[in-house]
Write a protein that binds this ligand. Structure first.
Ligand SMILES: Cc1cc2nc3c(=O)[nH]c(=O)nc-3n(C[C@H](O)[C@H](O)[C@H](O)COP(=O)(O)OP(=O)(O)OC[C@H]3O[C@@H](n4cnc5c(N)ncnc54)[C@H](O)[C@@H]3O)c2cc1C
Length: 479
């Protein structure tokens, strides 16, 4: 690798490799360690204290920003600590190591009639990564974030202590490590309460909405459903600004599915390897690449919206849990369609009353600058009790942006301006998706008191400042 100079004297050269974000738009050299036992984590903490290097934690590397990157220092990849430690199929209680993935979860529990209470839009993240980000699903306004379903976790802190945390025991650490972006300690086991389900299908409704105000209204009105999400065409302007497609979904009541044992089977849920039975899904992203530029995305979005508004308007159907929840996994490596520069995601959370106006301003600004988002996703949220929470009573809009050598600086300036609009509207942000915030921005939405509480806990659990990432230095350095 060409840019791996400036080696760290205390770290072994043969561990040096390129570490990337999910969107392949951010990369840095890091010394990667892959423990299989907690004892190896403790050894690395010990070495870091003695030899003066920092450690960035990493799960499956599915964060969109720099949360799991630690430039020039050690990266502790926990994806090989992935054993299932205990499973109670009667109570739906699962205990696993942190590298156990969302895919491992549903494949281990669905046949017994249990599903993750909070699922991200992809099945590849690890549970350690999901707890650290405190992920939300398309059901956040009623299920809360994943942290609300954690019964207990154990963790190893850089100060050498091993702790057990529950919502009532070591409660400060419980509410700070969940959502704490791997900066306070390493999860070594996670015990989760899963959700009982009576079929492997969801009852889905799909319909189109003509503008952003209608998308937000439909998302809010859809709160009686188990899930609701809006897919926004961010390229449309004028009266169609913020138009898109809505999906709501509901669990089937017991008895509605005539063959639940069949629909709950792993084989039944698995995504087919071929599109239309012939085209291997693994090559679709290559074809998508041809259309991944502004005119191409505009044309595809316009055609999709027109079709959804006419032929496909207001459809209702049963869809497997996996197909509904992990729609983005349908095209493997879809992020590669963005080309060499990759993509970033930029997600803002806005209070209900301010969202429509602020996002209209943002969408117009992106279009004026020639940097429209290629995909926008709207969800409904509510506040929670976690220290670094991104949630509030309102909505989120996640926007994907193509990155290239030519637009990188323009994109940086754009996200800074979008952040100003979001902050003025009382917005919050999500570290798992972020690569744009400054420390001043993070302080502006989290507040002095929250940052001070976090720093006190950080100092206690990590007195030598061993746990660091590029995100930590960007968002928590003294501005
Ligand atoms: C296609 C796609 C769709 C997504 N959809 C959603 C969504 O709907 N909702 C949502 O909330 N998120 C979503 N995400 C984001 C994703 O769920 C989070 O970024 C998640 O944290 C990724 O987990 P990971 O295992 O890849 O962790 P990484 O990205 O590797 O790390 C994430 C954070 O966890 C820390 N960490 C990792 N392991 C541990 C450990 N054992 N102990 C302590 N800290 C640890 C890291 O230091 C880092 O700060 C999506 C991501 C993608 C790529």
């Amino acid at each position: 690798m060409s840019h791996l100079n400036g080696r760290h004297p205390a770290l072994p050269a043969d561990r040096l490799t390129r570490v990337e974000n999910f969107g392949h738009s951010i990369a840095a050299p890091g010394y990667v360690f892959r423990p299989t036992q907690p004892g190896q984590v403790a050894d690395l903490f010990h070495a870091a204290r003695k030899q003066g290097f920092t450690i960035g934690l990493r799960g499956a590397g599915r964060s969109y920003g720099d949360a799991a990157i630690n430039r020039g220092q050690a990266v502790l990849d926990l994806s090989r600590m992935r054993r299932l430690l205990a499973w109670d199929p009667h109570k739906g209680i699962l205990k696993v190591e942190p590298g156990f993935t969302i895919q491992n979860l549903w494949q281990s529990t669905l046949e017994d009639g249990w599903w993750g209470p909070v699922m991200p839009g992809t099945m590849f993240p690890t549970l350690g990564g999901c707890l650290s980000s405190n992920i939300h699903g398309k059901n956040n306004w009623h299920a809360g974030p994943i942290g609300e379903h954690v019964l207990e976790f154990t963790a190893l802190l850089p100060n050498g202590r091993e702790v057990t945390c529950t919502p009532g025991k070591n409660a400060d650490l419980f509410h700070a490590m969940i959502g704490g972006m791997g900066l306070l300690g390493v999860f070594t086991s996670i015990t989760l309460q899963l959700k009982k389900v009576h079929s492997g299908y969801l009852d889905v409704r799909a319909w189109a909405e003509p503008n952003l105000a209608r998308i937000l209204a439909a998302t809010d009105e859809g709160k009686d459903h188990d899930y609701i999400v809006g897919w926004v065409d961010c390229t449309a302007g004028g009266r169609g600004l913020g138009r898109g497609q809505m999906h709501s979904a509901d669990y089937l009541p017991e008895g509605a599915d005539p063959e639940p044992a069949q629909s709950l089977r792993v084989e039944h849920q698995a995504l087919s390897p071929n599109l239309f039975g012939i085209v291997p899904r693994s090559i679709i992203h290559q074809a998508m690449k041809l259309g991944f530029h502004n005119p191409g995305i505009w044309a595809v979005n316009t055609a999709k919206y027109t079709l959804n508004r006419t032929l496909g308007h207001d459809k209702r159907y049963w869809q497997s849990f996996v197909a509904f929840n992990f729609l983005l996994d349908y095209v493997p490596d879809w992020e590669r369609a963005y080309g060499r520069g990759g993509l970033i995601q930029y997600q803002t959370f806005l209070p209900k009353a301010a969202a429509a106006e602020a996002w209209r301003d943002m969408l117009r600004l992106c279009q004026r600058r020639g940097l429209p988002s290629y995909l926008g996703v709207v969800k409904r949220h509510r506040p929670d009790k976690f220290l670094l929470s991104h949630a509030l009573d309102g909505f989120s809009l996640a926007m994907d942006f193509k990155v290239s050598d030519r637009n990188r600086h323009k994109l940086h300036a754009l996200t800074a301006d979008l952040t100003r609009i979001a902050l003025a509207a009382g917005g919050r942000f999500y570290f798992a998706k972020d690569s744009a915030l400054t420390a001043a921005d993070a302080r502006a939405y989290l507040g002095d008191e929250t940052i001070a509480k976090f720093q006190v806990l950080k100092h206690k659990s990590d007195p030598h400042g061993i746990l660091q990432t590029d995100l930590y230095r960007r968002c928590f350095s003294n501005e």
